[in-house]
Design a protein around this ligand. Structure first.
Ligand SMILES: [Zn+2]
Length: 296
């Protein structure tokens, strides 16, 4: 009994596999592939994403497609394509974040590189609802949208001081019409915890109260590449993870939770020799293969 408890506890501590022990032993489907896409870049003060840093930094805005035999899964969906032709949509962010706005970064254009259309996506998993991660939700209303309940509640009515990076029009269309009992008009998986999306351990979504109230980190276990961790903004830069540096106060809803997220990511990295793709690390992003190349 004691041994059994210890095993369960250590699995819980690892934050992995507790939905089914079989997930650890399961082989990822051999057809699985992962693609890295770009939604352009932002130019901002580095101190925003790394407390105490100075100067400007240009950071990538990435999103990811995982092709699984049970359906295509998109993790995050970049900046809203409207800003390519309409700078008013982002209000003060156009000046403050100076985003890339060339037509090739439109999400349709990116996905078309591998002949995928937004309507092909079965699940849209959101790392969080900020402007540069959830911008194009409105193009995926045929998909099942996967998020934490705390995240969507906070996106609609953020905690004081934390409204800055949510653009309500990016996700307002999700809200059901008058008289509907369910808040969402569309198919959703509203979580309050972790989810092994296909039950085979290959796509594992981890809840993290950190950068935002309901951030999600995705662990992807590929047949040849092995484990990849997609951090969304729970970790901005590799240096932040390595040195335990938090971002500025406006970029971290729960500082202790963010340090917990760092520890969780390090644990997955160490136990599974995982590759980590940080949300906005320019060097790490550049070092990875971009679509139409892929990881298998
Ligand atoms: Zn963010």
């Amino acid at each position: 009994m004691r041994v059994k408890c210890a095993k369960v506890l250590s699995a819980l501590a690892a934050g992995l596999f507790f939905t089914s022990a079989g997930a650890l032993a399961a082989e990822p489907p051999k057809e699985m592939k992962m693609y890295v896409f770009t939604s352009g870049a932002l130019n901002l003060d580095k101190s925003l994403i790394q407390n105490g840093a100075s100067g400007k930094v240009q950071i990538p805005v990435g999103f990811f497609l995982i092709r699984h035999p049970k359906g295509d899964v998109l993790f995050d969906c970049g900046n809203n394509d409207k800003i390519i032709t309409n700078s008013d949509y982002w209000g003060p962010f156009i000046a403050a974040l100076d985003p890339g706005r060339t037509p090739d970064i439109a999400i349709d254009a990116q996905l078309s590189k591998i002949n995928v259309k937004p309507s092909d996506i079965k699940y849209l998993v959101l790392g969080h609802f900020h402007v540069d991660h959830a911008g194009n939700i409105g193009k995926f209303l045929d998909s099942t949208i996967v998020y934490q309940r705390d995240e969507i509640k906070n996106a609609f009515w953020p905690a004081p001081g934390y409204a800055t990076f949510f653009i309500t029009d990016d996700f307002a269309m999700l809200r059901n019409g008058v008289g509907g009992g369910m808040p969402s008009k569309y198919k959703t998986i509203e979580l309050d915890g972790d989810l092994d999306l296909f039950g085979d351990g290959s796509i594992y979504i981890h809840r993290s109260v950190s950068h935002t109230p309901g951030s999600q980190i995705m662990v992807v276990r590929l047949p040849k590449t092995g484990t990849v961790v997609l951090t969304s903004d729970a970790v901005y830069l590799q240096e932040n993870l390595d040195k335990n540096i938090l971002p500025s106060v406006g970029s971290v809803y729960d500082p202790v939770g963010m340090l917990d997220a760092y520890a969780w990511v390090r644990r997955v990295r160490d136990t599974e020799k995982a590759d980590i793709i940080y949300a906005h690390d320019p060097d790490v992003f550049k070092a990875h293969k971009h679509s139409p190349e892929f990881y298998e």
